[in-house]
Design a protein around this ligand. Structure first.
Ligand SMILES: N[C@@H](CCC(=O)N[C@@H](CS)C(=O)NCC(=O)O)C(=O)O
Length: 208
């Protein structure tokens, strides 16, 4: 059985747990990161020199970077799957959203998440949060435009792009006390995600 190292409130761990649910893959999860520690210990750093979660162990194979873990698990355990189709163009189209999440979405949404959820209310910098919300709104608008006329990010099939961006969308829609610009396509897509058990079980949980 695979082992996933990582605390369950990490967005990058949540993506992996959601995928496991989608492909009915059993796993063993070990809490690590933040208050659980482990990720600064030498044994952990030998597996993942970045000291981050999630880190996957599959017998003698170790992998880090959540998006790489998703791709690996579908290819290894998902069978022929619409989640990450073999066709090169379909696959590359999904990959660009995974890359976009790392290069563009997460750097923009992280300050908002940390500024609100990981900062005590009395210490929150409301002005900075408003500036950061305005910046990430422009990024979400790109996905809102992509979702026009389609059920999911790459068309009518649910893929790992929906898992990756859906995990961040949960943070966006769950953030208290911010002004969210209406984005009808994004909102419609988000309600579709809520019909998936992996989302409900692992992602739609309290933000912490
Ligand atoms: N790009 C990496 C980012 C990994 C990352 O930054 N993980 C965070 C949690 S979301 C982490 O390990 N933080 C340190 C900690 O939890 O102690 C990935 O997608 O796996």
């Amino acid at each position: 059985m695979i082992t996933i190292w990582g605390r369950a409130n990490s967005v990058n761990v949540q993506k992996v747990l959601w995928l496991c649910e989608e492909i009915s893959l059993p796993y063993n999860r070990i809490d690590a990161g933040l208050q659980f520690g482990h990720n600064t210990e030498s044994e952990f750093l030998a597996m993942n020199p970045m000291g981050k979660v999630p880190t996957l162990v599959d017998v003698d194979f170790v992998l880090w970077e959540s998006n790489s873990i998703l791709r690996y698990l579908v290819m290894q355990y998902g069978g022929p799957s619409a989640l990450y189709p073999a066709d090169a163009k379909a696959r590359a189209s999904i990959d660009r959203w995974l890359d976009w999440s790392l290069s563009t979405l997460q750097p923009a949404e992280r300050p908002v998440f940390w500024g609100i959820i990981r900062t005590p209310e009395a210490e929150r910098d409301i002005t900075k949060i408003a500036t950061d919300v305005a910046k990430v709104t422009e990024v979400w608008k790109v996905l809102d435009a992509q979702l026009k006329g389609r059920s999911f990010i790459e068309g009518e099939s649910f893929t790992i792009a929906d898992i990756v961006l859906g995990a961040f969308a949960r943070r966006w829609f769950g953030m208290p006390g911010i002004e969210r610009t209406r984005m009808p396509n994004l909102e419609r897509w988000y309600t579709l995600l809520a019909t998936r058990s992996g989302f409900n079980k692992h992602v739609d949980v309290e933000l912490s």
